[in-house]
Design a protein around this ligand. Structure first.
Ligand code: TXA
Ligand code: MG
Length: 319
């Protein structure tokens, strides 16, 4: 069992950074979901991420950095349009994929020639990354802090539920409250002539195209993105889309949707942003209540609704 820390003072962040440097794991909040961090330069520490998550070792990890200045440490080629994206949306819910530098070992990239990099926007994440730099670190590799294929955690309690049995006593879980965005970052491949969205998120295609003046291309490459597996992000309960909820089933839908008699209402978000923010905790609640089925009425429209529908389609394919 790991240690749990909810008082994230400057001293506590230095201690957390020292643990990372020593090869221990630190789970930390970001604005999207909680991540399970390790020193991105330490192959043994990173190997522990894979065993704690139960994740296949050929699935690459995102390197989290304190600021845009550190990109050059991990990437060997950064196109103009990627600089524009980084300037507009970092710190924020966006991961950029670059051709990797020599610092990005096979143990981070799953043996691919590219590396994912992100500057997260959360006070605790930023304090941790800055403290890690002060002890000589250059980046923190972190996947979402859940077992492979499960729903990502958006609270520290959910991290403990997912990984508590697998972490050891020197590992740390930082509690920074509930995540603001609630679903994982937009992943943009920046290795080609134009940006290509590999995973939709809060940074939408329209925002990317407005920022870069370029048309985004489709993901037609053989890149391994575990978040793109068809049955990812799934709770134990069966997720039903485009279906009418009946008694005994759970229901997640916009607040304008009524709750039929006998249906267990799990969440009533007022808009798409709130839908994203509460979605994963509502799916966890379905499991906590032991529900067999949960009906989700998907939000229509563009923007973050695209990312919500992406995750729900995968969740509906089950574990
Ligand atoms: O919001 C997020 O992105 C969260 C927080 C913790 O930062 N992280 C996250 O990590 O969702 P993870 O590992 O659960 O999902 C990251 C996805 C994976 O599907 C991985 O395959 C993909 O990013 N990825 C990482 N590096 C890549 C690369 N070099 N090329 C293609 N895909 C990559
Ligand atoms: Mg994940």
């Amino acid at each position: 069992m790991s240690q749990f820390l909810s008082n994230c003072t400057a001293d506590a962040m230095l201690d957390a950074a020292a643990r990372l440097k020593a090869g221990d794991l630190v789970a930390f909040p970001t604005e999207t979901v909680y991540g399970l961090g390790a020193d991105a330069s330490n192959s043994q520490a990173v190997a522990r991420i894979y065993s704690v998550k139960g994740r296949p070792t050929d699935h690459p990890l995102i390197v989290h950095i304190a600021s845009i200045d550190r990109v050059g440490n991990w990437a060997r080629e950064v196109p103009e349009y990627a600089i524009a994206l980084a300037r507009s949306f970092w710190p924020g819910p966006m991961t950029l994929i670059f051709k990797r530098s020599e610092s990005a070992g096979d143990f981070i990239t799953g043996g691919q020639d590219s590396v994912g990099v992100r500057v997260p926007d959360h006070v605790v994440a930023r304090a941790l990354l800055e403290a890690f730099e002060r002890v000589g670190g250059v980046g923190v590799a972190a996947p979402s802090a859940n077992r492979f294929g499960h729903v990502s955690p958006t609270t520290a309690t959910a991290v403990i539920e997912e990984l508590g049995d697998y972490l050891s006593k020197d590992d740390l879980v930082l509690d920074g409250g509930a995540c603001d965005v609630g679903i994982e970052s937009t992943i943009i491949d920046c290795t080609g002539a134009a940006p290509s969205v590999l995973r939709p998120g809060a940074i939408s295609i329209a925002m990317i195209e407005d920022c870069t003046g370029l048309k985004t291309t489709q993901n037609d490459k053989e890149i391994r993105v575990s978040g793109s597996l068809e049955n990812h992000y799934a709770p134990v309960a069966t997720v039903l889309l485009r279906s009418n909820a009946i008694a005994g089933q759970g229901l997640i839908a916009h607040s304008s949707t009524d709750t039929p008699e006998g249906v267990i209402r799990l969440a009533s978000p007022g808009d798409d942003e709130e839908f994203a923010r509460i979605l994963y905790s509502a799916l966890r609640e379905a499991d906590a209540q032991g529900l067999k089925e949960v009906v989700v009425i998907e939000p229509l429209g563009i923007g973050i609704a695209v990312a919500i529908r992406d995750r729900l389609t995968r969740a509906a394919n089950g574990r």
